[in-house]
Design a protein around this ligand. Structure first.
Ligand SMILES: [Zn+2]
Length: 160
């Protein structure tokens, strides 16, 4: 029996999705973020341009999938008998504790990364998207990093 492994892209990994699917998921996330912002009084704390900040999209996406998991989990449909019982969704096993954990995660995110506003403090202040230059800094970092790889490594320096 062979045992082969492949990388399986989970729902929250949007890398490599086709444009239609990407648009669909972005639309669903946007709907949820609108609800989330209204529900937890986050107007003025989540920038309107949140979808232009990939790191922020990742964080909101994580909260969204987590929220789905504890409110509308994906469950298998159990086949009923064809005459009397229609097919029904199987009872999910989500504990109240998991729902509470989601609120804890939300609170940690709101008091940590959201309060920190890394990369969008200016966007919040001006209420419009402001390019903070981080993307070009990151490109410069990658280029410098690649240049470092091509240079022979000085073993004595590394070990000191
Ligand atoms: Zn922005």
């Amino acid at each position: 029996m062979g045992s082969e492994y492949v990388r399986f892209g989970l729902s929250w990994n949007w890398e490599g999705l086709d444009e239609t699917e990407l648009q669909r998921r972005h639309g669903e996330l946007r709907t949820w973020v609108n609800w989330f912002v209204a529900r937890y009084h986050l107007v003025g704390r989540v920038p309107r341009c949140w979808d232009r900040h990939p790191g922020l999209v990742d964080e909101l996406k994580a909260l969204w999938y987590y929220h789905e998991e504890v409110t509308n989990p994906l469950v298998p449909v159990v086949d009923g008998d064809q005459v009397h019982d229609p097919s029904e969704p199987e009872d999910p096993e989500v504990l109240a504790r998991a729902y509470h954990d989601w609120h804890e995660a939300r609170w940690r995110w709101m008091t940590g990364p959201l309060a920190d506003a890394a990369g969008y403090r200016e966007c919040l202040a001006r209420q419009e998207h402001v390019d903070d230059g981080h993307a070009s800094d990151a490109r410069a970092f990658a280029e410098a990093s690649a240049a470092g790889v091509e240079e022979p490594m000085d073993t004595a320096q590394v070990l000191s």
